[in-house]
Ligand binder design. Structure first.
Ligand code: SAH
Length: 228
C-alpha cells in the first residue's frame, strides 16, 4: 500500500498545477518496484510523486507509469523506473550531497535526485535534449540542478569532487577521468559493456583505492563521445 505517500511529501518539489494524475497507475508502479526489491522508502516516495508523464511525449503519456523505458526523441530513452530507483538507492547509501549525472536525457533522473540531495550537476551531449530537460526542470521549479551541454566523458572538473556520480549511458569501459572526480568515500554507479551485454557496477572510493561491486545485468543506450 502506498496510501501514506499521498500528497506532496517532499518540500523541494512543487507539482501544484501539474495535478496528481493517474494515482492508481502510480501505485501499481510502486508495488512493482517493491516486488523487484527496491526498499528505500525515500526513493519510492519521490518516484510516486514525480510527474513522469511530463517528461515523455504526450502521445506516450498514458504509458508513463509503466515500468519501462520510453523514447524521448533523438534516438534516446527515458530510463526504466526500476533502473532509476536502483541506481538512486545505491548512491544514497553513501549519503551524497553533491551528485554528478552523465546523460541528462529528458531530466527525469535529475529531477528524482534533486529531491534527495543538495545539488545535482548533469551533462547531456544532445542539444535538443539538454534544452528539453532545462525547460521541464524550470517548469517544475526545481532549482538545484545545474545542466551542461557537453561531453560527459570529461566530467565537470570545475565542480568536482562529487560525492556520487551516476552514469545513465553505457561506455565500453569505466572512464578513469570520472573516477578521479569522486570525493573520498564517494561512489559511482555506471553500466559498462557493449550493447546487449552490460553490467551495472558500483565503485566506491577510499583514498586512492577503488572498490567495485557488480550489480544487475542491464540494457542502456551506449555512451558516445560528446559534442560540446
Ligand atoms: N537520465 C535519463 C536517461 C537518458 S538516456 C533519464 O532520466 O531517463 C542516456 C542519455 O545519455 C542520452 O540522452 C544520451 O544522449 C546521453 N549521452 C550519451 N553519451 C553521452 C556523453 N558522452 N556525454 C553526455 N551525455 C551522453
Amino acid at each position: 500500500m502506498v496510501g501514506r505517500l499521498n500528497g506532496i511529501s517532499s518540500p523541494k518539489l512543487d507539482i501544484r498545477g501539474t495535478g496528481m494524475t493517474s494515482p492508481r497507475a502510480r501505485e501499481r508502479l510502486i508495488t512493482r518496484l517493491r516486488e523487484q526489491g527496491i526498499a528505500d522508502e525515500r526513493v519510492l516516495d519521490i518516484i510516486y510523486n514525480m510527474p513522469r508523464h511530463l517528461f515523455v511525449d504526450e502521445a506516450l503519456s498514458h504509458r508513463a507509469y509503466e515500468d519501462t523505458a520510453l523514447p524521448i526523441g533523438s534516438g534516446q530513452t527515458i530510463s526504466q523506473p526500476y533502473v532509476v530507483a536502483r541506481m538512486t538507492e545505491v548512491i544514497l547509501e553513501v549519503e551524497p550531497k553533491r551528485v554528478l549525472e552523465v546523460g541528462t536525457g529528458c531530466g527525469y533522473q535529475s529531477a528524482v535526485l534533486s529531491q534527495l540531495v543538495d545539488q545535482v550537476y548533469t551533462i547531456e551531449r544532445i542539444d535538443a535534449l539538454y534544452r528539453k530537460a532545462f525547460r521541464i526542470l524550470r517548469e517544475l521549479k526545481i532549482g538545484n540542478v545545474k545542466l551542461r551541454y557537453g561531453d560527459g566523458y570529461a566530467g565537470w572538473p570545475e565542480n568536482a569532487p562529487f560525492d556520487a556520480i551516476l552514469v545513465a549511458a553505457a561506455p565500453d569501459e569505466i572512464p578513469p577521468v570520472l573516477l578521479h572526480q569522486l570525493s573520498d568515500g564517494g561512489r559511482m554507479i555506471i553500466p559498462v559493456g557493449v550493447s546487449g551485454n552490460q553490467q551495472l557496477v558500483s565503485i566506491t572510493r577510499r583514498g586512492e583505492e577503488f572498490y567495485q561491486d557488480d550489480l544487475d545485468r542491464v540494457l542502456f543506450v551506449p555512451m558516445l563521445p560528446g559534442a560540446g
